[in-house]
Design a protein around this ligand. Structure first.
Ligand code: NAP
Length: 264
């Protein structure tokens, strides 16, 4: 089924995790392209400062504080945005956290990362899909990571949360086709944001958040299921995952040990 790609005239855009990094840059890029963008995160002061920076752009940015880990929070945020600014046509579900370093199944870190990156993602999606479904119209994109393609060293929580986010997007694609909602999956490699500071380990092909935002917003406009970049990293990682497990484990273990890299 061919579903429409949402335009600024269809309603507002909503971004979770937009007080810094990729979410901030995507908000500014969408405002440059004429969207009214509602941005959500816990730090309201940061959100308001980003909204001020959008003044003078063709679109505008409005701030709505919200924590994706709180039950009912995303439904309240979506209700508030729609009652003030109109229907959400495009949602970029992006909020996420990564540990500085991961131990083997450190359960406190594991539960926190799953609460934000997986349960929080599902909570935001549920709130906005509930609104879009009766309208049979809308576009949602989930920010996962190339780290979700397959198991990587020292990534038992972050990698699992991103693998699950990829699986969730694939599953929702079927539901979205039935409901009239375009579902997309964003899988970035390393992006230069607060999440990747300090850059004390190699991060091959690291990209600026502005360039990442341009690729993501271009991807929203093109409408394909997966938006992934830089291509040379994501295609290598896809190809490696097609190899037999002994070869996969050997390549990843040797490659990451030599480079000292951590997951994107
Ligand atoms: N940077 C990379 O290399 C890279 C690569 C692949 C994928 N990603 C993914 O891209 C997304 C954005 O990451 P980033 O690199 O832009 O990092 P970032 O600058 O640290 O941004 C993370 C955002 O998530 C928000 N957030 C964290 N916990 C939250 C919560 N409980 N409720 C609501 N918002 C919350 C943060 O805002 P508050 O603290 O104000 O709440 C912030 O706006 C993440 O899902 C990340 O996994 C990043």
């Amino acid at each position: 089924m061919t579903l429409p790609r949402m335009q600024p005239s269809d309603g507002v855009a909503w971004i979770t995790g937009a007080s810094s990094g990729i979410g901030e840059a995507v908000a500014l890029k969408l405002a440059q392209r004429g969207w009214t963008v509602a941005i959500t995160a816990r730090r309201l002061d940061q959100l308001e400062e980003i909204a001020r920076r959008a003044e003078g752009l063709p679109g505008r940015i409005v701030a709505h504080a919200g924590d994706v880990t709180e039950t009912g929070s995303m439904k309240a945020v979506v209700d508030a945005i729609e009652s003030v600014h109109g229907p959400i046509a495009l949602a970029f579900v992006n909020a996420g956290i990564a540990p500085d370093s991961e131990g083997v199944l450190d359960m406190a870190a594991f539960e926190q990362i799953i609460a934000v990156n997986l349960t929080g993602t599902a909570r935001a999606l549920a709130a906005v899909i509930e609104r879009m479904s009766p309208r049979k119209r809308g576009q949602v994109a989930i920010n996962a990571s190339v780290a979700g393609y397959g198991g990587l060293p020292a990534s038992s929580a972050y990698g699992v949360s991103k693998a699950a986010a990829i699986h969730l997007a694939e599953t929702l694609k079927f539901e979205g086709d039935r409901l009239g909602i375009r579902v997309q999956l964003v899988n970035p490699g390393w992006i230069d944001t607060p999440m990747t500071q300090p850059k004390d380990v190699p991060m091959p092909f690291i990209m600026s958040q502005e360039e990442a935002a341009r690729r993501i917003v271009d991807g929203f406009e093109k409408g394909g299921f997966e938006i992934t970049f830089p291509r040379r990293l994501s295609w290598v990682m896809k190809a490696v995952n097609l190899l037999p497990y002994p070869v996969y484990f050997w390549l990843i273990a040797h490659g990451t040990r030599r480079a000292g890299a951590k997951s994107p």
